[in-house]
Design a protein around this ligand. Structure first.
Ligand SMILES: O=C1O[C@H](COP(=O)(O)O)[C@@H](O)[C@H](O)[C@H]1O
Length: 253
């Protein structure tokens, strides 16, 4: 386990370019070391940030990228809630990632079949690993402390066998989703949380500093060998007392 780095930016506008540089630098390393770059994407606010910042990087070559989804909502791709649908129209259309480089769910299946099908796609994409080891997982955190579709007090938090699990009763709509489980999340080489806005301040304090009550899902993300970054803005960091790094402009991490 390497040290957690909490990096605070004045606003999301300064944070975005640093996120893009971080992804690009880990992609360069992965391409040199292993000939491909594997990245797990999350939905929510990350979609627009990545879709703005990644295409703005000069010379970004995504031809050997493999992008999966840390979680996905079980809705048709043309539904506004589909994370794949949003990335397809906002990001994949602007970068040179091949269709074969995107591992999407099959939304026509039942939620259980869909989770199994997506797990099989991951196993095929990572044939030499019992648990897929992604180069980078990009995560968000909801105001309740959930990450991926791993929600507080949900039995899925204890899942140790499956690499992808179905969820039928997500407290945040839509109710049916599939999600990577903690064994996959904590096997990644690098995990990057992005959390912005004052609505995240209280939960961020609990996740990063602890407190009473059960450990929130986002606080259970502790990569066993990989790096862990929290990229946050000043409003989200407002209540923190732990050590943080402050950056006023785009930085290389
Ligand atoms: O529902 C979801 O929410 C989380 C957090 O989203 P945010 O908008 O608060 O950043 C997201 O990471 C997850 O992928 C998504 O399915």
């Amino acid at each position: 386990m390497s040290a957690r780095r909490v990096v605070v930016f004045p606003s999301a506008a300064e944070l975005g370019p640093t996120l893009a540089h971080l992804v690009a630098s880990r992609a360069d390393k992965a391409l040199k070391d292993r000939g491909r770059f594997t990245v797990g994407l999350s939905g929510g606010s990350l979609v627009s940030m990545l879709s703005k910042e990644l295409p703005a990087l000069p010379d970004l070559d995504c031809s050997r990228w493999l992008a999966g989804f840390c979680d996905e909502r079980l809705v048709p791709f043309d539904d506004g809630e589909s994370t794949y649908g949003l990335y397809k129209s906002q990001l994949f259309s602007k970068i040179n990632i091949p269709d074969s480089g995107v591992l999407a769910i099959d939304p026509s299946l039942t939620v259980h079949e869909c989770a199994e099908d997506y797990a099989n796609k991951l196993k095929k994409a990572f044939p030499n690993e019992d648990i897929p080891v992604f180069d980078v997982l990009l995560l968000g955190m909801g105001p309740d402390g959930h990450t991926c579709s791993l929600f507080p007090d949900h039995p899925l938090l204890e899942e140790t066998q499956k690499i992808v699990a179905p969820i039928n009763n997500s407290p945040k709509p839509p109710p049916q989703r599939v999600t990577m489980t903690f064994p996959v999340v904590n096997s990644a080489r690098c995990v990057v949380f992005v959390s912005t806005g004052g609505s995240k301040a209280a939960v961020l304090k609990q996740v990063l500093e602890g407190g009473e009550g059960p450990t929130l899902p986002a606080a259970r993300v502790v990569p066993s060998k990989g790096e862990l970054f929290w990229l946050i803005d000043e409003p989200a960091a407002a209540s923190l007392t732990v050590h943080v790094e402050r950056q006023s402009t785009a930085a290389k991490l």
